[in-house]
Structures are given as structure tokens and as C-alpha cells.
Ligand binder design. Structure first.
Ligand SMILES: [Zn+2]
Length: 140
């Protein structure tokens, strides 16, 4: 899982995954799974690494093409079969792990090395802004 290794500072050697394969009442093939992986990510606030767990859950139904994907019930994600009519399970799991990485990875505030700039990422307090259309109201 090279893409995952690149995205993380370090990863545990083992990914815990459990996957169930079945056919639902509509006759659709379904791949349900869940898993987790302990990783170390670089904190975007203090740049120090921190440990976290990436958890994921998925519910896929394999399809032959995009048209078939559009016909799927919304509770399934589509996964396109490759040229051999197969699903690459390892790639699927790697994609799920990449998606489980937080958009902005960072320590819990109390564990962060630079708690001084604790307002990082927070919006400044809203000030009452004058409405530009108030001018028009006066003209009326
Ligand atoms: Zn930090």
C-alpha cells in the first residue's frame, strides 16, 4: 500500500479488515466490510507526528460500468470491475484507508506541541457587518 505509506508518517504492519461477500434480496452482489489501522500522521499544527487509528466501513456493489453504477440503490457504493471482471480488494481497502485520513490531521489540543496558537483553524468572531443594501432601503 505505497500510496498509504506516502500519506502517513508510519503505519502498523497489519491492517485489520473483515469483509463479507453476499447477494442481497435484489440479487445484487454486495461486499460489506470494515477495518482499522494504527498509523502515525504529521500534525498540521505543530508538525510533530501523532498516533491515531484510521477506521473505515464500506458497502460496495460491483458494477460493469458507470451506467450500471447509476442504477444502484443509494445505500451501496459502486465499485467497477477490472478487465478481468474482478475487484482488487487490496486497492479497495487502501482507498478506504486514504479516505479515513482526516483532512487536516492534528493532535488533540492538549497534546499539541504548539498550543499557543490554539485559535488555528477557528473562524474569527462574527462581527455585525453593515448590509450594503441598507443604502438602497434609505433611497426608497
Ligand atoms: Zn500537534
Amino acid at each position: 500500500m505505497n500510496r498509504l505509506l506516502e500519506a502517513c508518517e508510519s503505519c502498523a504492519q497489519q491492517v485489520n479488515v473483515s469483509v463479507n461477500f453476499g447477494v442481497d434480496e435484489l440479487g445484487l452482489v454486495v461486499i460489506n466490510g470494515q477495518g482499522s489501522l494504527n498509523v502515525s500522521l504529521a500534525c498540521q499544527r505543530c508538525t510533530e507526528p501523532f498516533e491515531t487509528t484510521l477506521d473505515f466501513e464500506f458497502s460496495f456493489s460491483p458494477v460493469k460500468n458507470q451506467d450500471a453504477a447509476e442504477d444502484l440503490p443509494s445505500y451501496y457504493d459502486a465499485i467497477e470491475l477490472d478487465e478481468n471482471g474482478e475487484v482488487d480488494l487490496r486497492e479497495l481497502v487502501e482507498n478506504e484507508l486514504l479516505l479515513a485520513i482526516p483532512l487536516i490531521p492534528r493532535h488533540e489540543l492538549e497534546q499539541c506541541q504548539s498550543p499557543a496558537d490554539s485559535v488555528w483553524g477557528q473562524l474569527p468572531e462574527e462581527h455585525e457587518k453593515p448590509n450594503p443594501f441598507d443604502v438602497l432601503k434609505k433611497l426608497k
